[in-house]
Design a protein around this ligand. Structure first.
Ligand code: NI
Length: 186
């Protein structure tokens, strides 16, 4: 288990499309564990493998800390080769942040429910119905697998400005820049 460096904008690695995982083995689980350590250390609630420079279709998510700051019980979820089935037509809006775009939070609209089909860390197929914040986080993370960061959903002008602001923030992070309402960094 190790904390890896998180890749940030404007690094072009973040634009890479990640490849499916062929076999889930100990090497795969080692990467997942490193991703989890890196995410908890940041701190964040979701991380895609490409954010530590590995272009494989893998995500880790743990939203257990949200809304209950006293909850110390961790609930990590691992998604390998995730696919979204049946996204809801209803949209919901969350203020999103991203460990790869530090210093920036923006409201993004996404389907409020979806079913995710994936392979778990034991190599078994699973399906999970995701609602609310979990639906938002999983869609945010799945965008990373396509080389998309959340600010790409904004107008071009707003996106360019956000990336410029994040680059500035990375050079000189200020304490005043809050960690967002709930550390909703993904
Ligand atoms: Ni992100």
């Amino acid at each position: 288990m190790a904390i890896r460096e998180i890749i940030k904008v404007p690094n072009p690695i973040l634009k890479k499309v990640s490849k499916p995982v062929d076999v889930v083995d100990d090497d795969t689980r080692k990467i997942l564990d490193d991703m989890l350590d890196t995410m908890y250390d940041a701190p964040g609630i979701g991380l895609a493998a490409i954010q530590i420079g590995i272009p494989l279709r893998m995500l880790v998510i743990d939203i257990s800390s949200i809304g209950d700051q006293d909850n110390n019980e961790k609930n990590p979820q691992f998604f390998i080769n995730p696919e979204i089935l049946d996204p809801s037509n209803n949209l919901s809006s969350f203020e999103e942040g991203c460990l790869s775009v530090p210093g920036i939070w923006e409201e993004i609209e996404r389907p409020d429910e979806c079913i995710v089909k994936f392979v778990n860390r034991n190599g078994q197929k699973e399906e999970k119905k995701c609602k609310g914040l979990l639906a938002t986080v999983i869609q945010h993370e799945m965008d990373h697998l396509e080389g998309i960061v959340f600010v790409d959903h904004l107008s071009r002008l707003k996106r360019d400005l956000s990336i410029k602001k994040s680059i500035k923030f990375q050079k000189n992070p200020t304490k005043e820049n809050r960690l967002s309402r709930y550390n909703e960094q993904q």
